[in-house]
Design a protein around this ligand. Structure first.
Ligand SMILES: Nc1ncnc2c1ncn2[C@@H]1O[C@H](COP(=O)(O)OP(=O)(O)O)[C@@H](O)[C@H]1O
Ligand SMILES: [Mg+2]
Length: 584
């Protein structure tokens, strides 16, 4: 249960600072635990400790920092005469080198993660949310890897890496993670795209059916997920046109994608992989130049009727009929669960017929505007947009929503503006489809890498960011009812519309160089600033994972080393192309 080493709880300190928006203050409590100097060197940031409390339970503390201390250093500052100072420090240095000193110890800084550990008389252990004041001066233990795993990992989850400081797999419940939305936040080069690819790999293999839609404005995922695209029922939709000849198409794809340096020896396989994709899975996606409203909704119709009523040129005799039409529509919409945003369709014809026969019964003259109004709505309904053979956003949305359609989608475009149109239209359209659909399965996970482009802090109508931002916000706020979920990734939280952060239950954090970004995360999750400051020391592929009742069973921040996507891609490509390589 615990490691052999034992510490003592010596002090508690409270740090207070202004919140990142400057409007109030936050406080963090830090406990200082004294450990013997010769304690195992694997005392590490992120390890968990248990301190005896008044209630008899243990309070769980997470290590955020530690520092060796020598007694002789305590009163040391510039006022000590220099010769004495040098002599003292020389002796202290010697004692460190010996590796053991009765005058030295380690100060371990730790903060309470909000859980208590109870050990029953029969030895069984359980964790519960809560706080009880720890007893100063009493023993503090370090959780061993077995207990840590029980507390911090999902027992039935998928492994996405190794926990730092413990030889334990980072197991997370990816289905639950996807359901409650996910954020990946780290400086460029920290490994966001790599982690996204690893997560996608695991998610498509879950027993629960989850469709994945990656919106890719950096043209990375066709390579990072090449083996997944080849082996799964997939679709690669490209807004750039491909030449008609398959060979030229493969060549063009090869030229337009950057092959990661670590894979440069695999460029032949990647070319082969692309050649297979252009045989059917890769399609050119037609995106209209304007993302503006092309369709009429119920809200539009209601507005038009109201303006008929208010219009002073509308003959008074027919105004009551316009009111009746409003009432009928209202009733019709309630009955069919329609909202103003829903597009107007043939189903409304019944209401139009009723109003028309009412108008005739009232003996309104044939040239009254109500008749032309009704017939113009009918002509709109009869004139549905021309069917084209082109693969467009509508067809893509239908494929995504179709339970029998492909499972993995990578939609790539070199243009951020087009990317916004694509993301916004797909999300809105699939909301529409699901609102009407009998079933809202399977789950659909939308992945937006470079999310600051889709939900920027400052939105503009001109560059479509207002459109995409509204759609993504809607996805994160209301998507869960319809089994539509989001994963967003960005390098700077400050550039993001931070309204959405409250909707995200699972965060992966790596190096965030700006204090503002770290403070925002610390406040959102009420975890210590000093723990987040530790993310500055993380290397590429190392992450701090924090999840609220989603990926992990308890809300405890865990540091881990993520699996390298390129390693899995490499071995899987070798396997696929070996098995399927042509005999000639
Ligand atoms: N878990 C990992 N293990 C090993 N290398 C990694 C890992 N994650 C990322 N890398 C490497 O680091 C580099 C940057 O990763 P990338 O995912 O492109 O970062 P970002 O998307 O944050 O800019 C790439 O060369 C990538 O292969
Ligand atoms: Mg990236």
């Amino acid at each position: 249960m615990f490691e052999a080493v034992e510490g003592k709880l010596r002090e508690v300190k409270v740090f207070t600072r202004p919140t990142s928006d400057g409007r109030s203050t936050v406080s963090f409590r830090t406990f200082i635990v004294e450990m013997p100097y010769h304690s195992p060197s694997d005392l590490d940031v992120g390890k968990l400790m248990a301190a005896k409390t008044m209630s008899g339970d243990y309070l769980i503390l997470e290590v955020v920092d530690y520092l060796p201390v020598h007694y002789a250093m305590l009163g040391m500052d510039g006022s000590v005469p220099i010769e004495l100072r040098s002599e003292l420090m020389r002796r202290i240095e010697e004692s460190w080198a010996k590796g053991e000193s009765r005058e030295a110890w380690i100060d371990v800084y730790a903060y309470p993660v909000g859980y208590l550990l109870r050990v029953s008389r029969d030895g069984s252990v359980s964790f519960s949310k809560g706080y009880s004041p720890p007893l100063m001066g009493s023993a503090v233990y370090v959780l061993d890897s077995g207990l840590f795993e029980r507390f911090a990992c999902s027992s039935s989850g998928q492994s996405i890496g190794k926990i730092m400081g413990y030889n334990v797999n980072m197991k997370v419940d990816l289905f639950s993670m996807a359901k409650y939305h996910t954020g990946i936040f780290a400086f460029t080069g920290s490994g966001k795209s790599n982690l996204i690819s690893t997560l996608v790999r695991r998610i498509v293999n879950l027993k629960e059916e989850v469709k994945v839609v990656v919106i890719d404005v950096s043209l990375e995922y066709a390579v990072l997920l090449l083996d997944v695209l080849l082996t799964q029922d997939s679709r690669l939709a490209l807004t750039e046109r491909l030449p008609p000849s398959k060979q030229d198409a493969a060549k063009k794809m090869f030229r337009s994608h950057v092959i990661p340096e670590d894979l440069s020896d695999l460029s032949d396989s990647i070319y082969k992989g692309f050649s297979k994709l252009v045989e059917g899975k890769a399609k050119h996606l037609y995106v209209p130049a304007s993302s503006g409203q092309l369709i009429m909704t119920y809200a539009h119709l209601l507005d038009m009727i109201r303006s008929q009523i208010e219009d002073k040129y509308t003959a008074t005799a027919q105004k009551p009929l316009f009111f009746a039409m409003l009432q009928k529509l209202d009733e019709f919409m309630r009955r069919n669960n329609l909202s103003g945003e829903d597009p107007l369709g043939e189903e409304v014809n019944g209401v139009l017929d009723e109003v028309e026969s009412q108008a005739r019964e009232a003996r309104l003259r044939e040239n009254m505007s109500i008749f032309s109004f009704l017939s113009s709505i009918r002509s709109y309904l009869g004139n549905s947009p021309a069917e084209t053979s082109e693969y467009d956003l509508e067809k893509l949305a239908l494929e995504i929503a179709d339970p029998k359609g492909p499972k993995v989608f990578v939609v790539e475009t070199p243009s951020v503006e087009i990317g916004r149109t694509v993301a916004g239209t797909l999300i809105e359209r699939i909301f529409d489809i699901r609102k009407r659909a009998y079933s809202v399965k399977p789950s659909i996970l939308f992945i937006l890498d470079e999310a600051q482009e889709f939900i920027p802090y400052d939105t503009k109508q001109r560059d479509n960011s207002e459109f995409s931002s509204q759609a993504v916000e809607k996805l994160l706020r209301h998507g869960r009812k319809y089994h539509m979920h989001g994963l967003i990734s960005t390098q700077r939280l400050a550039y993001l519309n931070t309204n959405v952060l409250q909707q995200i239950h699972t965060y992966f954090i790596s190096t965030l160089p700006r204090p503002y970004d770290r403070q925002l995360v610390a406040e959102t999750f009420s975890i210590s600033d000093s723990l987040l400051d530790r993310t500055l020391d993380l290397e590429t592929g190392q992450w701090l994972l924090i999840s609220f009742k989603a990926a992990t069973p308890n809300e405890v921040p865990v540091f881990f080393n993520a699996e390298n996507n390129l390693t899995e891609l490499r071995s899987s490509l070798r396997e696929i192309l070996q098995v399927r390589s042509d005999p000639h």
